[in-house]
Design a protein around this ligand. Structure first.
Ligand SMILES: [Zn+2]
Length: 329
């Protein structure tokens, strides 16, 4: 099979007056994937360092191993589809430093230390290598929107986003599972040493401000006391040698909690039908990677009753409600 030439796998919906619309959209995605002329980024991005280009290759390899583990062919994301955005030009004021842009066939990352870059890149590359679909919405004024990313879905009317929580949790759980395979590479040695040295000063039983154990941390850095800036320094800037400790940790702690509780409950209820809890996780991951979500839906509905997935999806990513829902299953 030839390698994919775009991350968007299919188009759902139609325009009655244009029977070729699906082909046109897919062709456009392929052109965008190939050419990557994104003029809007001109003043925001910088040329990638050799190390970053090397890391893009490493992360492609490991995420292709992930695809292979689920029986899927490799899919390489070209270096030019990954955009490194200068820290002071990053468009969001939150700490999340990465985005997979479905329609632009691109990944945007804030410039950060190499190990953080690799980790964010892996998260977004998994999004990009998940099953992806766009749609022409139903109703009076059809629009082109996302339809699917993994198990995340936008309803056909384009109005509601569903299963984002579980999808994000799946992406990060896969990242946690595959990321350690990268760490042997010498490009990360300095960041790992730097982190170990700082973490020596932290008591072993300390907990993180967002919840969770220290094992969630994969990078630590010092921020001078008087400085408001909290981002880890870009590779071109030497890390501070004094100040307060900041850490970069696995993302989506709350979402992963909901996912893992749900998976644990399925495993317990299924008794001997499933040999290990990781098998339940693999059913979820397979649905996201292949786009064939029926076995995932069936596993949940067969365990907790018909309509369970629908009711969960209708909570529309309200984490508190989702937590309660899973607790009551
Ligand atoms: Zn994500």
């Amino acid at each position: 099979m030839a390698m994919k030439e775009r991350s968007v796998d299919r188009v759902v919906g139609n325009l009655p007056n244009n029977p070729n619309i699906k082909d046109q959209i897919l062709k456009r995605q392929r052109d965008v994937f190939e050419k990557q002329g994104l003029p809007a980024l001109k003043d925001l991005e910088r040329a990638k360092f050799q190390e970053e280009i090397h890391i893009i290759g490493l992360v492609n390899k490991i995420t292709n191993d992930l695809l292979a583990d689920y029986g899927l062919p490799p899919f390489d994301i070209p270096v030019q589809n990954v955009h490194v955005i200068l820290q002071d030009k990053w468009m969001e004021d939150n700490m999340r430093g990465g985005n997979y842009l479905q329609f632009h066939e691109a990944i945007l990352l804030k410039e950060v230390p190499y190990i953080v870059f690799a980790r964010m890149l892996m998260h977004d590359m998994i999004h990009m290598k998940f099953h992806n679909a766009v749609q022409i919405t139903t109703g009076q004024n059809p629009r082109l929107t996302t339809y699917r990313n993994g198990i995340y879905v936008v309803t056909r009317d384009g109005k509601t986003r569903q299963l984002d929580t579980l999808n994000e949790a799946l992406v990060e759980e896969l990242t946690i599972r595959y990321f350690p395979r990268l760490l042997e590479d010498p490009v990360f040695t300095a960041d790992i040493r730097h982190t170990e040295k700082i973490m020596e000063r932290v008591p072993r039983d300390a907990t993180l401000s967002g919840g969770g154990p220290l094992s969630e941390v994969y990078y630590a850095y010092l921020v001078p006391e008087k400085e408001p800036q909290t981002d880890p320094p870009p590779p071109s800037v030497a890390p501070s040698v004094g100040g307060r400790i900041n850490v970069v940790r696995s993302q989506r702690f709350v979402e992963r909690g909901i996912l893992n509780k749900l998976i644990g409950k399925i495993f317990k209820s299924r008794g001997s039908a499933i040999t290990e809890q990781e098998d339940v996780f693999r059913v979820f991951a397979r649905a996201a990677l292949t786009g064939k979500i029926l076995p995932f839906g069936r596993l949940i509905d067969d365990t907790f009753g018909k309509g369970t997935v629908r009711k969960f999806a209708e909570l529309q990513n309200d984490n508190k409600k989702e937590e309660d829902f899973v607790n009551n299953l």
